[in-house]
Design a protein around this ligand. Structure first.
Ligand SMILES: NC(=O)c1ccc[n+]([C@@H]2O[C@H](COP(=O)([O-])OP(=O)(O)OC[C@H]3O[C@@H](n4cnc5c(N)ncnc54)[C@H](OP(=O)(O)O)[C@@H]3O)[C@@H](O)[C@H]2O)c1
Length: 434
């Protein structure tokens, strides 16, 4: 049967993983498809220095991505470069050359996925982006196909492997954030500039895409409240454990009667929940639907081979569509027209909270803080203090009954004016049950 041809642009982690699978697993792929999926062109600026697998004669190798996009025999262009500049040019150029596109680019799809998808549909080509969120977990397919008959009400995720690795290492070894980060950088789990991971921006892009798919709203990263994990101390895990909880950077999108509340932030979650068992660099997504209740997806969120599997599977899906002559006509962002779940500010969220203080000890501190909470109509639930010798930096924790985030923020602002604080208080939502 007639083959479908692929051009790969970008031969870094994901590009090389994709290429290896396409070549090593070519016979299985052909059996599953019923026709061959061939690599026709490859591009990266440093292609001359790459150790490429053995390829059939006639495969174009170039440093100029336009040669891939314009190659008359390339049916599908895989954009595996990343970022929002060149990648956008590549995708737009491919669409105008009527080439279908597979991308792993979360940043670009979070920023302007809806527009790119509309352009692809009006050009009659197919677009697939499974690898853009949670690498090896086929969560796009789940939301677009597997459970698309349900009405999603809540989505929780652990979507950044680096920050999950750091948190679980702090939890296991009691080491400081800085020490664990250095070790993660040494092992290659964290970038030299770790901010996209530890400050939550990478997870925010992923949540923007997943929430758009799950709820059918046009969601941009700026709709999502984002807070990183730099302030988490080993002692926070000690207190969390005393409360029967642990700490994870939780990406959440929840339907409330007022609208959709979206956040990426460290939160206390019960140790008994399945999300708490997600360790190291693994990712997970938990979806709750009105009809089908809970489903949970777990796997590697990144890495050359797991992400390569997602890209190759997208290439196979698009190849099938091309062969069947029916490219995807409905954008995954299209049911934004339902308009049921408008994003609303996180300050409207109601939750129990964990408030951690570090103080220079003196009499009357708890009374002062309790008064501030009472002024905001916030009910105190418990006060926890583990023994420490250092009266100049004594940590303790107050947990409070469900309150609005707005009230918590106002209370924290007032508390922060007290000179007994060593640093501003840390507040994290505390999920009683998930
Ligand atoms: N890494 C993961 O585990 C993972 C997981 C899920 C999604 N993703 C996404 O996958 C994409 C690629 O990530 P990656 O980790 O593979 O990145 P990477 O290792 O930095 O690879 C990027 C590749 O793009 C090439 N490139 C840069 N500028 C180019 C240009 N103008 N024309 C053609 N090629 C160009 C680079 O060439 P040189 O090799 O010559 O420098 C490199 O081969 C990103 O969107 C990322 O967010 C990555």
């Amino acid at each position: 049967m007639q083959e479908v041809n692929v051009g790969l642009i970008g031969l870094g982690n994901v590009g090389m993983g994709t290429l290896s699978i396409l070549t090593e697993n070519a016979d299985q792929i052909e059996l599953k498809l019923g026709f061959p999926l061939r690599v026709k062109a490859l591009c990266s600026p440093s292609i001359a220095g790459k150790r490429l697998p053995t390829l059939p004669a006639g495969v174009v190798r170039t440093t100029n991505w336009r040669e891939v996009v314009e190659h008359p025999e390339v049916d599908i262009v895989a954009e595996l470069v990343g970022g929002t500049t060149v990648a956008r040019e590549i995708i737009e150029s491919a669409i105008s050359h009527k080439k279908s596109v597979v991308t792993a680019n979360k940043e670009l799809m979070a920023l302007c996925g809806a527009e790119i998808w509309d352009r692809a549909i009006s050009s009659g080509i197919n677009l697939a982006m499974e690898a853009s969120v949670a690498g090896g977990i086929p969560i796009h397919t789940v939301l677009r196909e597997g459970i698309s008959g349900d009405r999603v009400t809540t989505l929780y995720g652990i979507l950044n492997g680096t920050s999950n690795y750091i948190l679980t290492e702090i939890e296991k070894h009691g080491s400081s954030f800085d020490d664990v980060l250095k070790e993660a950088q040494r092992l290659g789990y964290a970038e030299a500039d770790p901010s996209a991971d530890v400050d939550g921006y990478d997870a925010r892009s992923k949540l923007a895409i997943l929430a758009a798919l799950a709820f059918g709203e046009k969601i941009t990263p700026s709709d999502i409240y984002t807070e990183g994990i730099r302030r988490i101390l080993p002692i926070d895990f000690d207190y969390a454990h005393q409360l029967g909880h642990t700490i994870r950077m939780v990406c959440s999108a929840r339907q409330t009667p007022e609208g959709l509340i979206l956040s990426v932030r460290p939160a206390l979650i019960p140790q008994s929940t399945i999300l708490a068992s997600v360790q190291g660099a693994y990712n997970a997504v938990w979806v709750r639907g009105k009809y089908g209740a809970d489903t949970f997806y777990y796997g590697r969120g990144a890495g050359s081979a797991p992400t390569g599997v997602a890209v190759v599977s997208d290439l196979m899906r698009v190849a099938r569509e091309i062969r069947a002559g029916s490219p995807e006509r409905v954008s995954p962002f299209a049911h934004e027209r339902l308009g049921e779940y408008k994003p609303i500010p996180v300050t409207l969220q109601h939750s129990a909270y964990y408030l951690r203080f570090r103080v220079e000890d003196r009499p009357g501190i708890i009374a002062t803080l309790s008064r501030v909470l009472a002024d905001q109509q916030i009910s105190l639930e418990a006060v926890l203090q583990l023994p420490t010798d250092n009266w100049r930096d004594r940590p303790f924790v107050i947990t409070v009954e469900p309150a609005s985030e707005q009230a918590i923020r106002e209370a924290l602002a007032e508390m922060s004016t007290n000179n007994f604080l060593v640093e501003p208080p840390l507040a994290m939502p505390m999920e009683k049950s998930l």
